[in-house]
Design a protein around this ligand. Sequence first.
Ligand code: SIN
Length: 295
Amino acid sequence: MNAVTHAPRPAEHAAERTSIPPFEVIRVEANLGAEIRGLDLAGPITGELADLLRNLLWQHQVLFFRDTGIDDAKQAEIGRVFGPPVADSIAKRKGVKDEDIIPFNTGPYSNGYYGTPWHADATYLETPYQVSILRSVIAPDLGGDTAFSSGISAYEALSEEMKRKVEGLDAIHRPNGKAYQLIDDEKELADYLAEYSGTAHPVVITHPFNGRKVLYVNEGFTKELVGLPEDESRELLRYLTHQFYRPENIVRFKWRPGSLAIWDNRSVQHYGVADYGHAQRQLVRIVAQGDRPQR
Ligand code: SIN
């Protein structure tokens, strides 16, 4: 970790007007990620705290908190700071409502996934989540980290020629063809895949809140580039998605029970590291609705 800073606060020079006690923002990597210490997330989520959380997130892209002491309901309240809740598209088919909170078990013996490829959540929707929030309930002693990679630094590091090439392109996003094996029934799987048969989003989007350009293709869900011959589309997509593998764009987070990660699902992709054997791992996920991504 580097660069311990005191966060710029709206009322920095008027301490009597803020209810937020001093806190620390510890940047974790040069291009993304900050650990926030000293902000009480278990207490009331005031308008001032909500503004601060949004500002911190649009600035640092992924925020980490330790020992939060929060429960599912408080996590859901934090989620609403960023937008209305929305249920996972697979869970919805099983009757889960947007406002329901479901633990997201990840492990070889669980009802969830074990490791995930690089992806931003649900980009196959017309309005993918703006923000995703994971909280650790059970963490392996070793392994089971989540890695995050920035589409902002990925975009900025492209050559000028590549930026020009991809600027006006659209890409088709579809769910994983096996729905991460979360749907057992074959017909149900076919119906699900038919329902989400492809959504086009710009390859480069403008972030709705900080105005920065974001490379918006991901290995998990982006399947083809519109209007390009198949070979060219595959090759270019491979090049672009591989930018998210670059260590320069990545921060990696080790979970401990009570840890919380809030990420900007428009600018950041994530990857669940599948290296924890048979250890137990439980995360609770809350996501907040976003608008349609814009060029
Ligand atoms: C996810 O891919 O949404 C979960 C990430 C993880 O299990 O670390």
